[in-house]
Design a protein around this ligand. Structure first.
Ligand SMILES: NC(=O)c1ccc[n+]([C@@H]2O[C@H](COP(=O)([O-])OP(=O)(O)OC[C@H]3O[C@@H](n4cnc5c(N)ncnc54)[C@H](OP(=O)(O)O)[C@@H]3O)[C@@H](O)[C@H]2O)c1
Length: 429
């Protein structure tokens, strides 16, 4: 039987999950790809470290050249993380005509296109199923399952740590700080939780999902980003009374050939499927023009869940090993033509932008709720029925429906102080 020689960069949480899956599901793998997988080398930082799996039968190395210079290695699986020197090692592997599989969203959010191009030039695959929403096979779903669709929008709960914190705040009426401390105690949050709670991790996944969905390369800085550290119990309670839950939502929409991408605490209607995604779970909701609404749910992290996504990439590369691989999303040409048409259309009549809804918190500044409502109605003339609610002793909150953009500027121009603005989703007209 043919063997596929694989080298792992990293043997931590995800790497050991991948090894376990290959060991425990070996027969299932052989039955699927008609080849056996031989783990030829494993790169680690410190060979003497104790491992959760038996590594005696593997060649552990601290020198990446053992892998890059071994012509018999077919596939490099990068599960070590970091951007430098990892990106150079992946470029080296692709240039040596080795297929590359990576779970590294930090790296892909910056270098995805360069690596895709290098993979294409060398006729090898670049796969990254685990980089978005861990165990949920969303990359495969968009690239293959939905490839006959034009995708207009995706939105998702893409960070388990922030979802765990918001779920706990909502269920137990605890503060952000207490919920974060509990997440850290249970191992759901890092000692430095900035990337998770400030939406940076989710923004990286939005960059990758935008590329898959719309075939547009956006920068991390193009993603408008607000984290959850500013979400208070008062917001959660007001949202609950109005029929919403607050979730950290990563979103991409494709309008007039342009991607709008954001990460923000968002009020999700309790009737929407995303509202029921709790604790450390992830979910992504995707709208395609043919299929309509779809949703994908599961574990966004963890050794075996993430290992499952990496192993799936391994099997998919193996299945197509002898064929000419298409490493770019299959709808690339289609989308590019459509984009060109829309950009070239000088009549300027295409308006795909949907109306938006926003939750707004305004400082009272000694004014009554009635005064504030009148001022806002003056600032937003189309909004006659604003429901301004007391949020706490210093602020009021309201939802503004059906506007083109955030109403913050108009409200502030009328002399009020806007304290925060969150998007609202799942509103049924
Ligand atoms: N954890 C998850 O649930 C999850 C989910 C989705 C995506 N990911 C992504 O998967 C990747 C791996 O995450 P992880 O949680 O498995 O990380 P981890 O537990 O910290 O493991 C990292 C591994 O890489 C090795 N390593 C790190 N830097 C190295 C270097 N410079 N040279 C050689 N070896 C090095 C470490 O070696 P030692 O063991 O010797 O220290 C360790 O085995 C990251 O990109 C992460 O964003 C993780």
């Amino acid at each position: 039987m043919k063997e596929l020689n694989v080298a792992l960069l990293g043997l931590g949480t995800v790497g050991s999950g991948v090894v376990k899956i290959i060991e425990e599901n070996r027969q299932q793998i052989i039955d699927t790809i008609n080849k056996d997988i031989n783990i030829k080398h494993i790169l680690v930082k410190d060979k003497s470290r104790k491992r959760p799996i038996n590594v005696s039968k593997y060649h552990l190395t601290e020198d990446v050249n053992d892998i890059l210079e071994d012509d018999s290695v077919d596939i490099v699986v990068e599960v070590m993380g970091g951007i430098e020197p990892t990106v150079d090692w992946l470029k080296g592997a692709l240039s040596q005509k080795k297929h590359v599989i990576t779970a590294n969203k930090d790296l892909l959010a910056v270098h995805l296109r360069v690596l895709e191009d290098l993979a294409e030039q060398n006729g090898v695959a670049l796969k990254y199923e685990a980089s978005v929403a861990g165990g949920i096979p969303i990359v495969n779903a968009i690239n293959n399952g939905l490839n006959a669709n034009n995708i207009s929008k995706f939105m998702g709960i893409l960070n388990g740590t922030s979802n765990f914190i918001l779920s706990k705040m909502t269920r137990e009426e605890t503060s952000f700080d207490d919920a974060l401390a509990e997440a850290q105690r249970l191992g759901f949050a890092e000692a430095d939780p900035t990337d998770d709670v400030e939406g940076i991790d989710a923004a990286r996944k939005v960059v990758i999902t935008s590329y898959l969905s719309f075939n547009q390369v956006i920068n991390l800085t193009d993603v408008q980003r607000t984290g959850i550290s500013d979400v208070s119990l008062a917001d959660i309670k007001v949202a609950d009374e109005l029929g919403y839950k607050i979730k950290l939502i990563g979103k991409g929409t494709y309008e007039n050939g342009k991607v709008n991408a954001s990460v923000a605490p968002t009020l999700i209607n309790k009737a929407h499927q995303l509202a029921s995604v709790e604790d450390e779970f992830n979910a992504i909701y995707v709208i395609g023009d043919a299929v309509g609404e779809t949703m994908f749910y599961g574990k966004g992290a963890g050794s075996l869940a993430t290992g499952s996504a990496v192993a799936s990439d391994l099997l998919n590369v193996a299945l197509h090993f002898e064929y000419d691989l298409h490493t770019l999303p299959p709808h690339f040409e289609l989308k590019t033509e459509k984009t060109k048409e829309m950009i070239d259309d000088e009549s300027d009549t295409i308006t795909l932008k949907e109306k938006e809804n926003y939750y707004v918190v305004v400082d009272k500044q000694g004014l009554t709720e009635k005064d504030i409502a009148e001022t806002i109605k003056g600032a937003l003339p189309l909004h006659k029925n604003l429901d301004v609610q007391e949020r706490n002793q210093d602020t009021v909150s309201l939802i503004v429906y059906g506007v083109d953009d955030s109403p913050q500027q108009s409200i502030e121009a009328a002399g009020l102080q806007v304290n925060k603005v969150y998007p609202v989703e799942g509103v049924h007209a």
